[in-house]
Design a protein around this ligand. Structure first.
Ligand SMILES: Cc1cc2nc3c(=O)[nH]c(=O)nc-3n(C[C@H](O)[C@H](O)[C@H](O)COP(=O)(O)OP(=O)(O)OC[C@H]3O[C@@H](n4cnc5c(N)ncnc54)[C@H](O)[C@@H]3O)c2cc1C
Length: 247
C-alpha cells in the first residue's frame, strides 16, 4: 500500500458545521474515500446562512444569494450538484432612497441626477477630498469605501445598505472584504465611462465582480444546493448529525 492510501485509510475528519464550507469540504473528502462526520448545531437546516427555510410550504432564503464565481472549478462543482436545477437569472438590484430608485451597483450619472445638483456637488467634493486626503489606515469596510467613494456617498448608500444586509457595523467589517466585493468599481471611472459611453458599465461588467448582470440560482433557493450536497455526502458514506453543537 502506498503512503497516500495509508493516509486515506487512517484519516478521519470531523467537520464542524454544515454550511457551504463544511459541506463542500466534506463532499470532496468523501469523493476521496476519506470518512467524514459532520456536526451541525441547527436541528433542521443545512446551508448555514445560505439556507432556505420552509415556512408553511413557502420557501424563504435567509439572504438572496447570487451564485457567481470567477473560478471555473467552483462553477463546475455547483453544476455537478444541481445540474439543470441551476437557473441563470438576470440581475436587477436597486436601492430605494428618498423616494427614488438607484441602480446597484451605482450608475454614476443616474445617481448624481437622482440626488439633485446640490447633493451631487457635495458627493463629488467629498470624493475629491477623499482622494486628496485619504485615511491613513485602511482597516475597515468604512475606511475602504470612504477612501474609494468619499464619505458622503458612503453614508448615503453603502453604510445603510451594508449594515442592513450583513447585520454588522461597517466599522467591524474588514477592508479586505470590501475590496473583494466591490473590486473594480471606481467612481471616477464610472463617471468618465458614463459620459463617454453609456454602455461602458455593461462592458466592464464582464470583468467586475460587483457589476455582473446575470447570475445562477438554484430553482428552490440557495439552500437546495446544500441540501442536495448533504444527501450526496450521506450516499457516499459520510455521517451528518443535526442539532449537535460543538462547544
Ligand atoms: C444576506 C446575505 C447575502 C449573501 N449573498 C451572497 C451571494 O450573493 N453570493 C455568495 O457567494 N455569498 C453570499 N453570502 C455569503 C454566504 O452566505 C457565506 O459566505 C456562506 O454561507 C459562508 O459559509 P460557511 O460554511 O463558511 O459559514 P455559514 O454559512 O455561517 O455556516 C456555518 C455552519 O456551521 C454551524 N455551526 C457554527 N458553529 C457551530 C458549532 N459550534 N457546532 C456545530 N455547528 C456549528 C452553523 O449552524 C452553520 O450551519 C450572503 C450572506 C448573506 C447573509
Amino acid at each position: 500500500m502506498d503512503s497516500r492510501n495509508l493516509i486515506r485509510h487512517k484519516t478521519q475528519v470531523v467537520c464542524i458545521g454544515a454550511g457551504p464550507a463544511g459541506l463542500t469540504a466534506s463532499y470532496k473528502l468523501c469523493q476521496n474515500q476519506i470518512p467524514v462526520v459532520i456536526l451541525e448545531t441547527n436541528p433542521i437546516y443545512v446551508g448555514g446562512i445560505s439556507r432556505t427555510v420552509n415556512y408553511k410550504g413557502y420557501l424563504f432564503d435567509i439572504g438572496g444569494h447570487r451564485f457567481f464565481s470567477k473560478s471555473q472549478a467552483v462553477e463546475d462543482f455547483w453544476t455537478e450538484i444541481l445540474g439543470d436545477e441551476m437557473l441563470t437569472r438576470p440581475r436587477k438590484s436597486r436601492i430605494f432612497y428618498k423616494n427614488k430608485f438607484f441602480d446597484y451597483p451605482l450608475k454614476a450619472m443616474q445617481a448624481l441626477l437622482n440626488l439633485g445638483i446640490l447633493e451631487s456637488i457635495l458627493c463629488v467634493a467629498s470624493y475629491i477630498e477623499s482622494k486628496l486626503f485619504p485615511p491613513k489606515e485602511i482597516r475597515s469596510f468604512e475606511d475602504w469605501v470612504c477612501k474609494n467613494f468619499g464619505k458622503r456617498l458612503y453614508s448615503i448608500f453603502f453604510k445603510t445598505y451594508t449594515e442592513k444586509v450583513w447585520g454588522m457595523s461597517c466599522d467591524e467589517i474588514s477592508a479586505d472584504w470590501a475590496s473583494q466585493r466591490i473590486k473594480g468599481l471606481s467612481l471616477s471611472k464610472a463617471i468618465i465611462n458614463s459620459l463617454i459611453s453609456p454602455n461602458a458599465n455593461q462592458d466592464r461588467a464582464k470583468v467586475t465582480k460587483s457589476l455582473i448582470n446575470s447570475f445562477r440560482y438554484p430553482r428552490k433557493g440557495p439552500g437546495q444546493m446544500w441540501e442536495v450536497t448533504a444527501e450526496r455526502i450521506k450516499e457516499m458514506g459520510g455521517k451528518l448529525f443535526m442539532g449537535t453543537h460543538v462547544c
